[in-house]
Design a protein around this ligand. Sequence first.
Ligand code: HEM
Length: 540
Amino acid sequence: MELTAETVVQWPYAHALTLFLFATFFGLYLRPVHPSREPPIIKPTIPYVGHVLGMLLYGGHYLKQLGLRHRQYPIFTLPMPGSRMYVVTNPLLAAAVQRSRTLSFSPIIPNVTKRVLGLDEATAAIARWNLDPGPGETRGFLADIQDLVARRMKPGEDLTILSRNAVSALKLQLDKEQTNLMQHRRYKEIDLLEWVRHIVTLATASHFYGSRNPVSQEPELERAFWDFDHGVGMLLVNLWPSLTAPKAYRAREKLIAALANYLEEGYWEEGASPLVQERIKTALEHGWNLREVARSELSFLFAGVVNVTTTTFWILLQIYADADLLARVRAEIEGVMTLKWCDHETIRRGSKPSVSAVEVARSSLGFDCPTLSAVYRECLRLGSDNNSIRVVKEDTLLADMWFLAKGSVVQIAGGVMHADASLWGDNVNGFHPERFLQTSGSYSNDVTKAKQNGFRAFGGGKTLCPGKYFAMNQIQAFVIMVVLQFDLRPLSGDRIRVPKKNDRVLPVHILEPEEPVRARLQLRSGWDSTLDVRVVFGGE
Ligand code: HEM
């Protein structure tokens, strides 16, 4: 993300205004509750509006610092104008929030998507219908679409095919990069985040929507996609968005027009992935029209691109910034890759037998590269300040202890848990992937229950990210293909520096760096660039 003044100011501004809007929208009026059972109240320094102002000025950083300062409380209450917000900072209590039937994210979704995507009222009404159906009850659109995405992306044959296609699309982009470097120049100066963005955006658009996808057809739509991303906060506020967030608004409408045209022309029926085709059919069955479906698909493209981009950026950066780590990751990959010899036909034509390709296979357990898996998880821990939101549908006694008033908002503060030294150790603020490795050097998925629940990069419970396994496959495969074939060198000095993450924004996705990282991309020295590097998906 280009960190323009506009970007930096917009997100926290959006955050605070959104809270105001949540309050008014849901009619959450402060009313007497059980003083003895209510989570401890943290009063703002400036009465009434202090917390809102804090978020206004400091974005996600405010809530995170508040949580870290009050670590003694597993949950606390923030009085807000016209409302109250409960902030959960304890992993086990977060698990209780996720299990509760009276705390739900669903009531928020139609209103958030209406604002961000610009859905018309009729479609929003469809989205609002039967949000949280009980067993045997008629299912609304949202329940159907969530089930569909979760089913298609869970480990199994569908996920294998999806991952294979996604990685082929990424490989195509990387092959172009490599050919370009081989033919024209030996290196090129890049902004690492921009470079990853370009590859992931084009690859994801093409494997989700096929070769006729509009983003690949019209290069300016790629820029529009990121303009939209940068303005999501202000679109969420939805106060005359064409005036208060003109760039994001225009970008969104441009993308919608192009996606609607793609849908109306029927290109999705030939080229889109089965998952996307089924999403579109489900929306149509629920009474959406194609222009509104285009809005829903923009949100799916968004979900598939932004976190993958930023996570891959941090992983590549951390690996290339540390020569020892780079050597270790490469050695691990090379230890599991298999060499593919040129085929008999080539030999018959007189060529000497030689290696023509290398393959790295993903087994049902993963890539068998423990350091890479540990780096992946550590980058997610450090990069994610994600807050999972729930609305209190009924007065609730959480974990038989804490009274939560109907109509309030609960936030599970992932950023606080990710920075909690009692979970991760005194070196919690640094990048130490070995925390995810056992002493034997093998990858340790998790050590304790609290730690497991305290890893919040993918949220949890009913809103757990359905793309979690797919993201892991894609990102690790992408990193494998890059580190085998490319070197990244600093433009000056002896190593690439890792900037801080910018946490003064609304943490809607993995946080971006405070400043751009420029580096020199070149073919890997000592590597045969004519080798075809393939990542193979066997089974999940
Ligand atoms: C490293 C990559 C990713 C990260 C860190 C990530 C993280 C998240 C988080 C934090 C949430 C909200 C969870 C909550 O509030 O409790 C979410 C939701 C979601 N993610 Fe991901 N995600 C990633 C990749 C993907 C990919 C590749 C897809 C594929 C399209 C995807 C699809 C979704 C969808 C559809 C939702 C909404 C789920 C719902 O509300 O039903 N994500 N993701």
